[in-house]
Design a protein around this ligand. Structure first.
Ligand SMILES: [Zn+2]
Length: 220
């Protein structure tokens, strides 16, 4: 089963992708996490990606497509994949469709996590990530028992460099310009669902589970 998770910055893609991975047993790939990893290791992709991320803009389509082509050849993803953060533009979506079609595959579910910009911005500004276990915590929803320390594993919490107000605004501008047309592309092609994520996280999780079970039953 191939699942694409779409949504504005702060819509909850990372959080829900991890839960979908738990629920379905499928591997989760976050393009943002992979890019940040490449930046830290200063790989060729990382060095180029960093210039764009520092400017709050998107990494060019051809980089992203070359990366996803390599990724899809890995046998780890034979049974399926949950992609979060890719594609982000119409050319990326068209490129992905072609890559999948060449393998006799297609997306089974394109899920848009929908949220207002104000709610998303508030969420991003109170978001921290654990440097050890990778858990994403929202301090506005649930403060940690010891400030700065992950409740789950005791690791140190980090704020992402691009979760500051100025960069968040730029990411929303990019989202409206590049990603909203792509959402329309998928909306017109079927297998497209929307879930409002501006609600209690457990209610959202349950709705996503019900949806996945329906899609999974229909595709198996
Ligand atoms: Zn942790």
């Amino acid at each position: 089963m191939i699942v694409l998770l779409l949504g504005a910055p702060g819509a909850g893609k990372g959080t829900h992708a991890a839960r979908i991975a738990d629920h379905t047993g499928l591997p989760h790939v976050s393009s943002g996490e992979l890019l940040r990893g490449a930046v830290e290791r200063k790989t060729e992709l990382g060095v180029k990606a960093k210039e764009h991320m520092d400017a709050g803009s998107l990494v060019p389509d051809e980089f992203m497509l070359a990366w996803i082509e390599e990724l899809l050849d890995d046998s780890v993803y034979e049974s399926g994949i949950i992609l979060d953060g890719f594609p982000r533009t119409v050319p990326q979506a068209e490129g992905l469709d072609k890559l999948l079609a060449a393998k006799g595959l297609a997306t089974d579910l394109v899920l848009l996590l929908d949220i207002t910009q104000d709610a998303a911005a508030e969420r991003l500004l109170s978001r921290v990530t654990c440097g050890k276990c990778g858990a994403i915590h929202n301090l506005a929803q649930k403060p940690m028992e010891v400030p700065g320390i992950c409740d789950a594993c005791g690791g140190e919490l980090e704020t992402r460099a691009d979760d500051v107000r100025e960069t968040i605004e730029k990411r929303f501008v990019e989202f409206r310009k590049q990603t909203e047309p792509m959402i329309e592309y998928y909306r017109s092609r079927g297998n497209f669902e929307t879930i409002n994520t501006n609600r209690a996280v457990d209610a959202v999780r349950q709705d996503i589970r019900d949806l996945l079970d329906r899609v999974s039953a229909a595709t198996s």
